[in-house]
Design a protein around this ligand. Structure first.
Ligand code: ASP
Length: 282
């Protein structure tokens, strides 16, 4: 038994049919390629490889195609959680590298597992991460237009044949944020897993953090709730504050649950429902 769910962010694509279709197609392709990796390798390898593909696709706001912060700089963040070994690692506001998730993966083997800013970038250089410019013309245009609107953070939760659950999330942030702002993605509020469940969130980072959303859902499953109950209760609590975010999750039985608060448009998810790849795109 192995299972996989991925997302390419959240928001609203109403009236943007072509963009919605592009995201759908990209998610389907990357889901298939990642599933193939999961068939032969571990959940950790699948999550890292799959997120690298998402980071490399400029349609998503992670790696190449990341949004710009208010000072015009791109700063990227990624979190990775190995559920069975209870190991969280991450990079916060790292610059000019191609694959932030690989930096998070490398840090999982270090004593200090989360690094930020210049020191995170220096760590990457020391470990032979080449200089890479993640800027794209689309994101520069959006930045100049002060475009507000979510979308494009990426995440994967995978369960492998040995029952390991791994969750990962990578983001360029929310766009036009105060330089140095910390997203939920490289924290346990945005990315969390245990041997019973795993979660990756997307949406307004401050709100996800205030709800400790990913960690709360996983802990609720640990304490006996079903995944569906844990997601519903957490979403209900967030609706009380009118928060705007969503998430993908899966449990040790391979059950998948995608959730979102009432204020959020939709989560751009993809998984296999037993018959075909199901995505947000109908
Ligand atoms: N959660 C991300 C952040 O706040 C943004 C997103 O998911 O689109 O940085």
């Amino acid at each position: 038994m192995f299972q996989l769910v991925i997302h390419g962010g959240a928001g609203s694509l109403e009236g943007k049919t072509a963009e919605a279709k592009n995201i759908h197609q990209s998610l389907c392709k990357i889901w298939e390629e990642t599933f193939e990796i999961l068939n032969n390798k571990t959940a950790e390898e699948a999550v890292i490889s799959g997120i690298c593909m998402l980071e490399d696709d400029p349609i998503f706001n992670a790696g190449t195609g990341s949004k710009l912060q208010a000072d015009g700089e791109v700063r990227m963040s990624a979190g990775l959680m190995d559920g069975v070994n209870n190991r969280f690692s991450g990079v916060i506001n790292v610059q000019n590298i191609r694959f932030p998730i690989k930096a998070a993966a490398l840090l999982s083997k270090e004593k200090n597992k989360v690094l930020s800013a210049n020191q995170a970038t220096e760590f990457c250089r020391k470990h032979s991460f080449n200089e890479h410019d993640p800027l794209t013309p689309t994101r520069i245009r959006e930045y100049k237009q002060k475009y507000e609107g979510l979308h494009g953070t990426v995440g994967i939760v995978a369960l492998d044949k040995k029952a390991n659950i791994v969750a990962g999330t990578s983001t360029g942030g929310i766009g036009n944020e105060t330089p140095g702002r910390v997203s939920d993605s490289p924290t346990v509020a945005g990315t969390y897993a245990s041997s019973k469940a795993g979660v990756s969130c997307t949406g307004i980072g401050e709100q996800i953090t205030q709800q400790a959303a990913a960690a709360k859902i996983v802990i609720r499953v640990e304490d006996g709730m079903t995944l569906s109950e844990a997601v519903s209760k957490t979403i209900m609590e967030s609706n009380y504050f009118n928060y705007s975010f969503g998430l993908i999750s899966l449990d040790a039985n391979g059950r998948i649950k995608v959730g979102k608060t009432a204020a959020l448009g939709e989560v751009y998810y993809a998984y296999h429902n037993g018959e075909r790849i199901e995505t947000f795109y109908k």
